[in-house]
Design a protein around this ligand. Sequence first.
Ligand SMILES: NC(=O)c1ccc[n+]([C@@H]2O[C@H](COP(=O)([O-])OP(=O)(O)OC[C@H]3O[C@@H](n4cnc5c(N)ncnc54)[C@H](O)[C@@H]3O)[C@@H](O)[C@H]2O)c1
Length: 322
Amino acid sequence: MAEFMTRPKMLVSGGLGFLGSEIAKNFFQEYAITIIDNLSTNVVSIDDLKDICGEITYRNMDLAKLSKVDLDWLNTELNDTTIFCHFAAAVGVKKIDQSPREAIINENKINHDLLPLLAKYKTKTIFASSSEVYGNQENCVEDQSLQIGPPDILRWGYACNKLMTEFLLKSYEIPHITLRLFNVTGPRQSSKYGMVIPKMIRDAIKTGKITIYGDGTQTRSFCHISDLIGSLKYLIEQDKFTNQTINIGNDQNRVTIEELAHLIKDTLKLDVEIEKIAFNDEYSANSKDILKRSPSIEKLKQFYRPQVKLKAIIEDIAKSYE
Ligand SMILES: NC(=O)c1ccc[n+]([C@@H]2O[C@H](COP(=O)([O-])OP(=O)(O)OC[C@H]3O[C@@H](n4cnc5c(N)ncnc54)[C@H](O)[C@@H]3O)[C@@H](O)[C@H]2O)c1
């Protein structure tokens, strides 16, 4: 207990989610971890996380609906927090498709209440932004023009939210690093909300069928969670990239969705049917698919080279279904 209290404090919003929980697991030896999560899409329980990390502080809190008590608690916590990893959000194309208005409004409310506190204490903030802000583009570079579709397609509200938070972090002069994440995946990522590799693997194993939405020529580049953690280890310890934006992804793992389906089938060595259906047979008119997406990671490579190849990512996720 005493030793826990002397470590610098790291607060992780969304800390029971896929990425947030991996951050807790990988940084608990150096930091006293506090987690905020509203249990909306969490993939681990606080008890499971405590089994791995030992002592950890947890607050079941919805950042979009903060009470006076919550705000007072945050005020006290942030006073001596060294790093705030802001990873709480409604995530997944399916989730946004099901309740786009809620996702847009909630992110606004979070920004309204949380960011002034981060500004007050000048808390170093690692913000999980998204490759969605680049729209339909490949080889995306951090300082290039961004591309967001029209408000008629509510899906774009997710990218708009991420971008607005990026602007607000700078407006409030909060010391920050913005990570634009390109399809970070791994064991325990939920298959429920449209994350393609866990979904294809689960469907292949459970139903013997992989479904491709659209013609399968859409491109994505997949990055293993360990490569996000590897880059974070550097970014959290160094001040070199403060107030900058960095793409986190793996440019070597770029595939079309059809190639991905076949790679999963071949890797799992299962008799799997691959079918194609129209994107909007699965998703509402609020959603439109992104056709091209891959990162330029020249900036990331200044300090970290992603290592895990796509086939190894598939094998790693498949193991978690055994
Ligand atoms: N995984 C990726 O490839 C990827 C890509 C781009 C951006 N991101 C961003 O990274 C972050 C984490 O993503 P993830 O893949 O771990 O998703 P996730 O759904 O597994 O984790 C999000 C966590 O946040 C919690 N949460 C949601 N809304 C909340 C609220 N209002 N208050 C408190 N907790 C709340 C959920 O319960 C969940 O545990 C998100 O901000 C997401 O937008 C992820």
